[in-house]
Design a protein around this ligand. Structure first.
Ligand SMILES: Cc1cc2nc3c(=O)[nH]c(=O)nc-3n(C[C@H](O)[C@H](O)[C@H](O)COP(=O)(O)O)c2cc1C
Ligand SMILES: O=C(O)C(=O)c1ccccc1
Length: 391
């Protein structure tokens, strides 16, 4: 009997369903989802999701850097039995993929984070919940049963609010903490600026704050009596550009589980993370949404992996759209990847089912890419399996 699930079976399922005339409700080439979402949803929300910093050069560089690497497939390696499972932060995951933290999901679909979280749970991949979710963390946890969930912290200025978030996340069953460091300020985002569109000013993405006792203690009036004041309190609280490396001790003292720093691009920062007792890093430029002109995430990855791969769990995001992108990230030194915009488009187009479609397409394509390249799991691809244009 076969032990591990073959994600590639989704391919047969689609062809078999085709015998009754059915075709998938959404494209199976996940790079097609952005344009489709733009046609179906209003410009404000899609612009917010698809947009990035400055002229978009970092988002383009993320794709270009992955495209510069080409896979060199190997033959005759017996790839009948494959197992995509991988150990990440002390957990065994069924595949080297998790859903990235994305705030304000209610702008894409009324069922928002609970729908995305249920999709992740149904497919067995971890869901990383954003601090800036449109649903309180306890309700998202409830939607997930005992499925794997991680909490992303935008480190609030107020220590009591920070402590309260950590306590609530632990009580709600979030097992790992992802601390996002690349967003102490929101970057210059022309697409949002030109539409004067910022969801939080409308009170979207504030659910964890407005439901928090420590946050509310700082308000003169209850949230519903003075929404503008509550929003302003959120804006002042949401992040803290004054933080520096020694402050990480606070997180270590207040969180028992693994801590992962998200937004690391320089190998020296990765070393500082290891020195500070962190458990992992996400090599990420926030999907090109923060520093225009920044290094492509895939170009930063091998240097970070080289620097700390033996001390920390190295994860990756920014630009992953296809199964072969995941293969390349693994080969460049990532243990697993986070998927951002594609699942958000899936949510916008078809709710929970849309997110499940995206996850299944990505993992089927990864499974097939591994097999067709001569690999039976995610841990064997390495730099020798790639050639790089211009290198
Ligand atoms: C609409 C949107 C909202 C995001 N919100 C958050 C967030 O709240 N916290 C966070 O750490 N990262 C956030 N990110 C960044 C993602 O976690 C991830 O780093 C990025 O989307 C990966 O790039 P990709 O979209 O190219 O896959 C957001 C990204 C998008 C597109
Ligand atoms: O838009 C983003 O990229 C992001 O990270 C964010 C920040 C604050 C609230 C919601 C999302």
């Amino acid at each position: 009997m076969r032990m591990a699930k073959h994600w590639a079976d989704f391919q047969y399922e689609i062809y078999l369903n085709g015998m009754t005339g059915a075709v998938p409700r959404l494209p199976t080439d996940l790079t097609a989802l952005e344009a489709l979402t733009e046609r179906r949803l209003g410009p404000g929300p899609v612009g917010y999701v698809a947009g990035s910093a400055g002229d978009g050069s970092t988002a383009r560089a993320n794709r270009a850097a992955l495209a510069r690497h080409r896979i060199v497939p190997r033959m005759l390696r017996d790839v009948r039995e494959r197992d995509l499972s991988v150990d990440v932060l002390g957990r065994s995951l069924p595949a080297p993929v998790a859903l990235a933290p994305v705030g304000v999901l209610s702008i894409m679909h009324p069922e928002a984070e609970p729908a995305a979280a249920r999709a992740a749970a149904a497919q067995g991949v971890p869901f990383v919940l954003s601090s800036a979710s449109s649903t309180p963390m306890e309700r998202v946890a409830e939607a997930m049963g005992d499925a794997e969930r991680w909490f992303q912290l935008y480190w609030p200025k107020d220590r009591e609010v920070a402590r309260s978030f950590l306590r609530r996340a632990e009580a709600a069953g979030f097992t790992a903490l992802f601390v996002t460091l690349d967003t102490p300020l929101l970057s210059w985002r022309p697409r949002d600026l030109d539409q004067a569109y910022l969801p939080f000013l409308r009170g979207v993405g504030t659910a964890n704050y407005f439901s928090d006792p420590a946050f509310r203690a700082g308000l003169a009036k209850p949230v519903h009596e003075d929404l503008d004041a509550a929003v302003m309190h959120f804006v002042g609280m949401f992040s803290d550009p004054g933080k520096s490396w020694p402050d990480l001790a606070f997180l270590r003292e207040n969180w028992d589980g693994p801590i992962v720093l998200k937004g690391i691009l320089h190998p020296d920062d990765a070393r500082l993370a290891a020195d500070a007792g962190m458990d992992g890093v996400v090599v990420s430029n926030h999907g090109g949404r923060q520093v225009a002109g920044a290094v492509a995430a895939a170009d930063a990855l091998p240097r970070v992996a080289e620097a700390v791969g033996d001390r920390l769990t190295v994860l990756f995001d920014s630009g992953i759209r296809t199964g072969d992108d995941v293969f390349k990230a693994l080969a460049l030194g990532a243990r697993a990847v986070l998927l951002g915009r594609p699942y958000v488009y899936g949510l916008g187009l078809d709710g929970q089912a849309g997110v499940e479609h995206v996850v299944r397409c990505l993992l089927a394509e990864l499974d097939l890419t591994l097999a067709l390249s001569g690999h039976t799991g995610p841990s064997t691809p390495g730099p020798a399996d790639l050639v790089t244009d211009g290198a």
